[in-house]
Design a binder for this molecule. Structure first.
Ligand code: ZN
Length: 63
């Protein structure tokens, strides 16, 4: 079973969308990923639904 999903997120700084790879077997996760467009650190808050779907929220440091 492939537990990794590509999830599209929106950058809170530049509003561009980029994709992050989420390992759904890990459950709730929080980590920082650099935006591919503006290279600023985007905080990702990831929850995995019981169906195995990843839901990703983004937060900026000053947004
Ligand atoms: Zn950005």
């Amino acid at each position: 079973m492939n537990t990794e999903q590509m999830v599209e997120v929106q950058c809170p700084y530049c509003a561009e969308s980029f994709e992050v790879l989420v390992d759904c077997s890990l459950g709730h996760q929080e980590y920082v990923e650099e935006c591919e467009v503006c290279n600023r650190p985007v905080e990702l808050v990831i929850d995995i639904s019981p169906e195995g779907e990843a839901a990703v929220q983004t937060r900026g440091e000053d947004v």
